[in-house]
Write a protein that binds this ligand. Structure first.
Ligand code: ATP
Length: 365
C-alpha cells in the first residue's frame, strides 16, 4: 500500500528558474498517473523531487502519509527508469538486474530467485547472458524496467521510457507497460510529452505547463471537460480549435456568440449562466465535433476549405468560415476521403458541443 502526495511543492533552481510552482497532486495506491506537458514544463523535476534526487524549495512531499522532505533517496524505496535506460554496458543483463540487489547485500540464493522472477515477468530469460549492446531497443527498455522493479520498490517512476523507440515499438511496449503495471499494482508516476501516450496509459493524467498544474483527471475528463484552453489544445490529436468571440444579446433577448460576421446561438447549457454581454470569451470546438453531413441538432456553416490532409481512414480539413476570414484556420477531422480543396462547402456542428473559456484561458463552466 503506497500513496504519494505533493503539497504545494515548489522548486526554484539556484539560477532562479522556477521549475515547479505550488504543485499539488495525490497519487492513490496502485494508480498510474501520467505527468504530461511540453518540454521544460517541470515533469522530470517532479520525479526527481519525489525520488529525493533534488531538494524541494517549499511545500511537502508525502509517501504513505509521511513527510519525506528530509528522507534520503535510498530510504524512499523508489525506483526510476530514465529515458536513456542507463544500463551498465560492460555487464550482462543478469549482472544489470543483480546490481540493485547487490547494493543492499541480498544473499546469493535470494538474488538468483528474484532475478529469475523478474526475467520471467519481463520475458528476459533467454537474454540474461547478453550485454546491452547485443539487445534491441525494446529489449534494453525491458531490462531497464527489470532493474528498477527487481528490488520491489513501493513507487515506480518512469521518465520518457519510450522516447528512444520507433513509433510501432512504442505502441507495443506501451501496452506491455500498461499490462505489467496493472498486474503488479505498483503506484507509478510516468512522464511523457506525448499526449497519446498519456491518454492511453494513465489511470489519471496531470497536465503541466511552465511548472503549473493545469488539470488532473481521467483521460475522459480531460478530453470532455478541459478546464483551460491549454489543456483543450494539448489533449486531442489535433487539439481543440479555439478562437475569440464576443457574447451578444439580440433584440429578442436571444444570446449568441459572434466572431466577426460569424454568429452561433449560445448553447443551451450556457444560456442561464451569468455571462457578461459584449464580453470577450474564447470558443472551442473539437475537430471531430465538426461533420460534413447534417445531424439532428447541427447547424450548417459556410466555409472555405484551404487545404486537406488525407490520412487513409480520415481527412484533416483546414478551413475558414467564409464570412469571417479573420478567424485563423480551424481543423475538422472528417471520416474517409474529403478532397474539395480551395472551395466553398458546408460543414456542420452542434452548438452544444462548443466549449467556452474566459479571457484568462479558464473554462467558463
Ligand atoms: P523535458 O520534457 O524536455 O525533459 P521537463 O518537463 O522534464 O522537460 P524539467 O527537466 O523538469 O522539464 O525542467 C524544468 C525547468 O527547469 C526547465 O526550464 C529546465 O531548464 C530547468 N532546470 C532543470 N534542471 C535545472 C538545473 N539543475 N538548474 C537550473 N534549471 C534547471
Amino acid at each position: 500500500m503506497t500513496t504519494v502526495e505533493f503539497r504545494d511543492v515548489s522548486k526554484k533552481f539556484a539560477d532562479g528558474t522556477i521549475a515547479l510552482n505550488n504543485f499539488c497532486l495525490q497519487v492513490n495506491d496502485g494508480e498510474l498517473v501520467v505527468l504530461v506537458g511540453p518540454s521544460g514544463c517541470g515533469k522530470s523535476t517532479t520525479l526527481r523531487l519525489l525520488a529525493g534526487l533534488e531538494d524541494i524549495s517549499s511545500g511537502e512531499i508525502l509517501i504513505d502519509g509521511q513527510v519525506v522532505n528530509l528522507v534520503t533517496p535510498q530510504k524512499r524505496n523508489i525506483a526510476m527508469v530514465f529515458q536513456n535506460y542507463a544500463l551498465y554496458p560492460h555487464m550482462s543483463v543478469r549482472a544489470n538486474l543483480e546490481f540493485p540487489l547487490k547494493m543492499v547485500r541480498t544473499p546469493k540464493d535470494q538474488m538468483s530467485k528474484k532475478v529469475a522472477e523478474i526475467a520471467d515477468i519481463l520475458k528476459l530469460q533467454k537474454l540474461l547472458n547478453r550485454r546491452p549492446a547485443e539487445l534491441s531497443g525494446g529489449q534494453r527498455q525491458r531490462v531497464a524496467m527489470g532493474r528498477a522493479l527487481v528490488r520491489n520498490p513501493s513507487v515506480f517512476l518512469l521518465d520518457e521510457p519510450l522516447s528512444n523507440l520507433d513509433a510501432k515499438l512504442r505502441a507495443r511496449i506501451r501496452a506491455e507497460i500498461s499490462e505489467l503495471q496493472k498486474r503488479l499494482q505498483k503506484t507509478t508516476l510516468y512522464v511523457t510529452h506525448d499526449q497519446v501516450e498519456a491518454m492511453t496509459l494513465g489511470d489519471r493524467v496531470a497536465v503541466i505547463e511552465s511548472g503549473k498544474l493545469h488539470q488532473v483527471g481521467t483521460p475522459t475528463e480531460l478530453y470532455q471537460q478541459p478546464r483551460s484552453i491549454f489543456v483543450a489544445k494539448f489533449i486531442g490529436s489535433p487539439g481543440m480549435n479555439v478562437f475569440p468571440a464576443t457574447l451578444r444579446l439580440k433584440d429578442d433577448g436571444q444570446e449568441q456568440l459572434q466572431a466577426g460576421d460569424l454568429v452561433i446561438p449560445l448553447p443551451e447549457k450556457l444560456s442561464r449562466q451569468n455571462l457578461q454581454v459584449n464580453g470577450n470569451i474564447y470558443v472551442g470546438i473539437r475537430p471531430e465535433a465538426i461533420t460534413a453531413e447534417p445531424s439532428d441538432k447541427s447547424l450548417p456553416y459556410r466555409v472555405h476549405v484551404n487545404a486537406t490532409e488525407f490520412l487513409g481512414h480520415e481527412t484533416l480539413v483546414y478551413f475558414q468560415f467564409s464570412d469571417n476570414r479573420d478567424v485563423s484556420p480551424l481543423i475538422a477531422r472528417l471520416p474517409g476521403k474529403f478532397s474539395d480543396t480551395d472551395s466553398m462547402t458546408n460543414l456542420y456542428f452542434v452548438p452544444e458541443s462548443l466549449h467556452l473559456y474566459n479571457e484568462d484561458g479558464s473554462a467558463l463552466v
